[in-house]
Design a protein around this ligand. Structure first.
Ligand SMILES: [Fe+2]
Ligand SMILES: [Fe+2]
Length: 172
């Protein structure tokens, strides 16, 4: 059984994951209309992943005697001044999500809810992975700078981008 404090904190995370999905969907649309299909499909896939993160939380809350709250979401940013800015926002957003997961882990320990603490470890590992991917992409974009040819190749290669951090083994 979930305590009210844990249920509220998990419901807050459900909202954050849903908003993440919307943010990346907006990024996918922007990339798609700019003609960067590789970046767009990367962002569509990110958006789907965030929805899965949300659903996993929804099911956990309902299974453990809580009631998952499906709430109104903040509208995401829909235009960006550059790809660099867009990927910087992606990175900053993942750092924000990681801090939110850390706070949840903290609350689960305070509440002595070891089942939730155990469940959250998947998210801790996932965030290491997500931050690593975002950081790798930013490094590449910084290398490309304003070079159009570089951007073309980046768009082609982003689909094959795989970053496997040490903690991610056995995550999938
Ligand atoms: Fe997520
Ligand atoms: Fe994420």
């Amino acid at each position: 059984m979930l305590s009210k404090a844990i249920e509220n904190a998990l419901n807050n995370q459900i909202k954050i994951e849903a908003e993440s999905s919307q943010i990346y969907l907006a990024m996918a649309c922007w990339a798609e209309v700019k003609g960067l299909e590789g970046v767009a499909s990367f962002m569509y896939a990110q958006s789907d992943e965030e929805r899965e993160h949300m659903l996993k939380l929804v099911k956990f809350v309902n299974e453990r005697g809580g009631h998952a709250k499906i709430s109104e979401l903040a509208a995401p940013n829909v235009t960006f001044t550059s790809f660099k800015e867009m990927f910087e926002m992606l990175f900053e957003h993942e750092v924000f999500v990681s801090s939110s997961i850390n706070e949840l882990v903290h609350i689960s320990l305070e509440e002595k809810d070891y089942a939730t603490h155990n469940f959250l470890q998947w998210y801790v590992a996932e965030q290491i992975e997500e931050e690593a991917v975002a950081r790798t992409i930013l490094d590449k974009i910084n290398l490309i700078g304003d070079d159009k040819g570089g951007l073309y190749l980046f768009d082609r290669d982003i689909q094959n981008l795989t970053v496997t951090s040490a903690s991610a083994e056995g995550l999938q």
